[in-house]
Design a protein around this ligand. Structure first.
Ligand SMILES: Cc1cc2nc3c(=O)[nH]c(=O)nc-3n(C[C@H](O)[C@H](O)[C@H](O)COP(=O)(O)O)c2cc1C
Length: 483
């Protein structure tokens, strides 16, 4: 079952015993964040609805997507690769050569029209509209860590349009509140929102932006997903949900938002108004230092009656965003395989905060192929920001860190098999890169080497038990007294 909105999802969490309602009064100042972190560091901590937030009438939802079990409910699927498979199926559409092909295309075309966004006249998000004197003051925006520079909207979806193509984007970028009408927009330079801003800035224009706080799970997931610039993220949300999103027009800007959202902040980002953002306790586990970012000015607010404010807390992994990252890893595997067909599996361990480290297994056919895959991945969207890539053979389980360490230590020679590339884009948040957004990358080719790759010794055979003995011991296992 797909969810139309956040509250249907909350009901489902409650029914399955995965939601805790906290009725005790709590503060937005550090307390909510500490509770959410503490629950996430426990195994399978619940989602939490804070019903009594000191000084605010709006309840706060946190850790809503903080386990794979919850994400399976949220996206209504057991295997997240389905999302990528649906995407790659759409790319297999062929131009019709004849009648037969035309008929074959029809179901696919009707699927696309089902997945696409639709414009609606109104919807629940228009129940309350404030355009005369909108303020951020009624929102229970939290402060996460003691040295954070203020309170941050951490799970808002920023919607912008590419000024040339009008293709819409949704991205989760945090916003630091500086007064009742302004917040600093932390869209990092490599992200689509920042691109739209840059394009408008070149024409000395402001970027209209809507910030959606609280939406149906497929919309939220799509905003976090690294979807390429040419694809409307509402279409991606429709592909994920198998149903298009109903959109309504904002009242003060030319941007559409999901009609079933909880809260929408309308406004613009002015290239002439930079402010210093941060420090902020980030998902690397460190405070990201202060940097200048542009400022969002509020021009209107739409919200439901009795809205729910969605938040999240980042920090040293593993917290809520790690689970969302795992789903992205699985969902994009079919797309990685589309461009790098030798790829068998792919893992971005959560402790490496996703851009830090990725492990890829390949079916190797020719010399140097592991390095070819590395260079391919470093050229693909947000994967280009990955700092360390380890490539292993297909017999290695990329999700078993011991198996990976075994491959690195037995199949790689540091001098021959390590590739270092200097002065390349790095994740903005990387605390170790020598310059902001620029540093080096390391690729480790931990595949078995051939003569052509400079391995001149006789290849050492892996020591494995023979099949006969394995069968014999299996047969007699209980006779030895084992279960
Ligand atoms: C909780 C959370 C907070 C995030 N905060 C930011 C942020 O402040 N700035 C940013 O550029 N990306 C942030 N991201 C990552 C982006 O949402 C992600 O890279 C997304 O793919 C960006 O979309 P885009 O490629 O359409 O810009 C955050 C992700 C999550 C899950």
């Amino acid at each position: 079952m797909y969810f139309e909105n956040l509250r249907e999802y909350i009901q489902s969490l409650e029914k399955t015993g995965q939601l805790k309602r906290i009725k005790t009064k709590v503060s937005v100042d550090l307390e909510i964040a500490e509770i959410l972190r503490r629950l996430m560091y426990q195994d399978e901590g619940p989602a939490v609805l804070f019903e009594d937030v000191e000084g605010y009438k709006i309840p706060v939802l946190g850790n809503a997507f903080g386990s794979l079990r919850r994400l399976k409910i949220a996206l209504d699927m057991e295997n997240f690769e389905e999302i990528g498979e649906r995407m790659t199926a759409l790319t297999k559409l062929k131009m019709p050569h004849g009648l037969l092909n035309k008929f074959k295309m029809l179901p696919k075309l009707s699927e696309i029209s089902d997945y696409g966004a639709k414009n609606a006249d109104g919807g629940p998000v228009t129940e309350i509209v404030e355009t005369a004197n909108p303020t951020l003051d009624s929102l229970p925006i939290i402060k996460s860590f003691p040295k954070d520079s203020g309170r941050f909207i951490t799970f808002g979806i920023t919607i912008t349009k590419n000024p040339e193509t009008q293709i819409r984007n949704m991205g989760v970028y945090r916003l630091q509140v500086i007064n009742s009408k302004k917040a600093i927009m932390h869209w990092q330079i490599h992200k689509r929102g920042a691109l739209h801003y840059q394009m408008n800035k070149e024409n000395m224009e402001k970027t209209e932006a809507a910030i959606v706080i609280g939406a149906d799970p497929a919309t939220i997931f799509s905003a976090v997903a690294p979807v390429p610039e040419g694809l409307d993220k509402f279409l991606f949300a429709g592909i994920t949900r198998k149903k298009g999103t109903n959109l309504v027009k904002c009242r003060t800007i030319d941007v559409e938002v999901p009609s079933s959202a909880e809260i929408v902040l309308e406004g613009y980002v002015d290239p002439n108004e930079l402010n210093i953002e941060g420090p902020f306790g980030d998902h690397t586990g460190y405070y990201t230092p202060p940097e200048p970012y542009p400022t969002f000015t509020l021009t209107g607010i739409m919200m439901r009656n009795n809205p729910i404010y969605l938040t999240t807390v980042v920090g040293k992994p593993i917290l809520e965003d790690a689970y969302i990252g795992k789903v992205i890893e699985r969902a994009f595997l079919p797309l990685v395989k589309l461009f790098q067909p030798e790829v068998v599996d792919f893992s971005m361990p959560a402790a490496g905060w996703f851009q830090g480290l990725a492990i890829i297994s390949i079916k190797k056919r020719y010399p140097g192929q592991a390095k070819k895959v590395m260079m391919g991945l470093w050229g693909m969207g947000q994967l280009s920001l990955t700092k360390i890539l380890i490539v292993v053979d297909q017999d290695i389980n990329v999700h078993d860190i011991n198996d990976v360490i075994w491959a690195v230590t037995t199949r790689a020679d540091p001098k021959r098999d390590t590739m270092l590339i200097e002065n390349v884009p790095t994740d903005t948040l990387d605390p170790a890169s020598p310059l902001l957004n620029l540093g080096s990358k390391m690729g480790i080719d931990a595949t078995k080497k051939t003569k052509e790759e400079g391995y001149d010794r006789p290849v050492q055979e892996e020591a494995l038990a023979d099949e006969g003995t394995v069968k014999l011991v299996t047969k007699k296992w209980s006779e030895y007294g084992f279960q």
